[in-house]
Design a protein around this ligand. Structure first.
Ligand SMILES: [Zn+2]
Ligand SMILES: [Zn+2]
Length: 99
């Protein structure tokens, strides 16, 4: 059976030298960099993407807590505020206490 050679990020799979990076492009839910090497190798270095989080470059985002209502519904409550369960109407604070 043929063995797949272990590959390393940024290392040419042919000669082991450092790859040069070109443009990056999205394709479906993956991203690739065009890579090339002084030995003549050209190819693509692929990354799979998973969602991390959304951050703001401007104003700080409001802090939202997820609390569980006694009826087992998850309720989102803004920090320091009171939220209302959309299922049973119970009012909860940001720690999940009934108010
Ligand atoms: Zn190479
Ligand atoms: Zn509820």
């Amino acid at each position: 059976m043929p063995e797949k050679k272990i590959q390393y990020v940024g290392m040419c799979p042919v000669c082991g030298e450092a790859l040069n990076y070109g443009n990056s492009e999205f394709e479906d839910d993956q991203l690739y960099y065009e890579v090339s090497c002084s030995c003549g190798f050209e190819g693509k270095e692929w990354y799979s993407l998973t969602f991390g989080e959304i951050t703001s470059d401007g104003e700080e985002l409001p802090l939202i807590w997820e609390v569980t209502c006694p009826c087992n519904t998850i309720v989102e409550v803004e920090d320091g505020c009171i939220g209302e369960c959309p299922n049973c109407g119970t009012q909860l604070d940001d720690k999940g206490n009934i108010v």
